[in-house]
Design a protein around this ligand. Structure first.
Ligand code: GTP
Ligand code: MG
Length: 439
């Protein structure tokens, strides 16, 4: 059931309903009828108009349908009222997405995140005695966090929520320390609408075997691998959960551990299924979600995927003209991957800055630190002078490249040693080959 408000176009609602149908398929049910109504405002008791509710009821009786799904999020009161009149199971889009996530969650982290989101959803319903989930057996909408929790009171749900939050906090801490250990490499995340081909691209580039399937939300966890995108150029590539329009807000919040991967990356690769009718709308939804996650400022490479099944050559031509910086690939057929790697390398390098610093030769600790956070391009030993001192001493000139995220490390060093100036000729030059490809 979809409702068209004056602020929306009928087309938008139809597209959203078509996607809801895909979500229902993914959840394992069949759609018998679709309803759509223009409404001037949301009815606080039943969302849609009374006449429409009765029309749906008649259809349900005729078809013996046992589930109605609303495309919009319903309040607990609307859910209860509608259930009373329709006398059947009722889900809104959020509940359906939560249900799919629950079915697809494999890892402990994903399961914990989904259970938390489900309980948060349920808690607001329970306060008003909305307990219909506890009565259901079988079918979709039942893969809840377990009968016992649902049937116990709110206090127990509250306790369970605290336990899950504590567990996620622990997972977060572990992940943060893991990430620290890998901090030297540039981090790249694949983002995009669900089913765009992120996992397929990950598999093609990183030789992983992440599940890639033609269904929504095949991936709920993030997978990270180190990958050479050019000889000597290693990055960390992450595949992660896809986005969808009207993604329940609490789901985004619960998926914090998974989405931290995106937050902490240096560069995003936005994968777009260009063969999809609504790819432009999908791009908009992804951009909105990235804004919500506060990561829309990160350097982003657009990747138009599935060009093997694009409708017309003209379309591809127009897109290339419109997005000259983007990559055009087929992840499953391996088309354009070489260019993609080169383009990604360009985006990574565009962000780096080169610097020169003169240091007293005995500053071995500082030199080692620069080595860690940067790639040393050349190293020269020479005579230098400290300003205001009339004494010459041995210094080293380091020419290095570093990523913007190390700015905070580098600035104080530059300030600390800015009083050291070269005076004499080079004693020796070392260009650092051992360090090749580190940054
Ligand atoms: N024709 C064609 N199909 C592709 C291409 N890339 C991926 N696919 C298919 O698109 C479907 C979705 O691919 P996935 O890699 O699972 O997509 P995803 O973005 O990871 O999706 P979620 O994890 O569900 O968010 C699969 O059936 C892939 O085989 C492509 O270049 N061409
Ligand atoms: Mg995937």
């Amino acid at each position: 059931m979809g409702a068209v408000l004056p602020t929306e176009s009928k087309r938008e609602v139809e597209d959203s309903l078509a996607e809801l149908q895909l979500l229902v398929d993914t959840a394992g049910a069949d759609v018998t009828d679709t309803f759509i109504q223009n409404i001037s405002r949301i009815n606080s008791a039943t969302y849609i108009g009374k006449g429409k509710v009765l029309e749906i009821k008649a259809k349900l009786d005729e078809r013996k349908t046992d589930l109605v799904i609303f495309d919009d999020e319903l309040t607990p009161i609307q859910l209860r009222n509608l259930e009373r009149v329709l006398e059947c199971k009722l889900l809104d889009r959020s509940a359906l997405i939560l249900d799919i996530f629950a079915k697809h969650a494999r890892s402990a982290t994903a399961k914990t995140q989904v259970e938390l989101a489900q309980l948060e959803y349920l808690r607001t319903r329970l306060t008003r005695h909305w307990t219909h989930l506890s009565r259901q057996k079988g079918g979709i909408g039942t893969k809840g966090p377990g009968e016992t929790q649902i049937e116990t009171d709110r206090r127990l749900i509250g306790q369970r929520i605290s336990t899950l939050k504590a567990r996620l906090l622990k997972i977060d801490k572990q992940r943060t320390s893991q990430r620290k250990g890998r901090a030297k490499l540039t981090r790249v995340s694949l983002v995009g609408y669900t089913n765009a081909g992120k996992s397929t691209l990950m598999n093609a580039i990183a030789k992983t075997s992440v599940v890639a399937e033609n269904r929504l939300f095949a991936t709920l966890d993030s997978t990270t691998r180190s990958v050479f995108i050019a000889p000597g150029r290693q990055i960390l590539l992450s595949d992660t959960v896809g986005f969808i329009r009207k993604l329940p807000h609490r789901l985004i919040e619960s998926f914090k551990s998974t989405l931290d991967e995106v937050r902490e990356s240096d560069i995003l690769v936005h994968v777009i299924d260009v063969s999809h009718d609504q790819f432009e709308e999908q791009m908009r939804v992804v951009n909105d979600t990235l804004r919500e996650l506060d990561v829309s400022e990160k350097p982003t490479l657009l990747v138009f995927n599935k060009i093997d099944v694009i409708r017309t050559e003209g379309q591809l031509h127009d897109l290339r003209a419109q997005f000259p910086e983007a990559a055009f690939i087929s992840a499953s057929r391996g088309i354009g991957l070489k260019e993609f790697r080169a383009q990604l390398l360009d985006v990574i390098e565009a962000d780096f800055s080169e610097m020169v610093i003169y240091l007293p030769i005995e500053e071995q600790g500082t030199i080692a630190h620069i080595r860690k956070i940067g790639k040393i391009l050349s190293e020269e030993y020479m005579r230098g002078r400290v300003e205001f001192e009339d004494e010459e001493r041995d210094i080293v000139r380091l020419h290095f490249r570093t990523a913007p995220r190390y700015d905070r490390d580098v600035r104080p060093l530059i300030d600390r040693f800015k009083h050291i100036k070269p005076v004499g000729p080079n004693i020796s030059t070392v260009s650092d080959d051992n360090n090749a490809g580190r940054l």
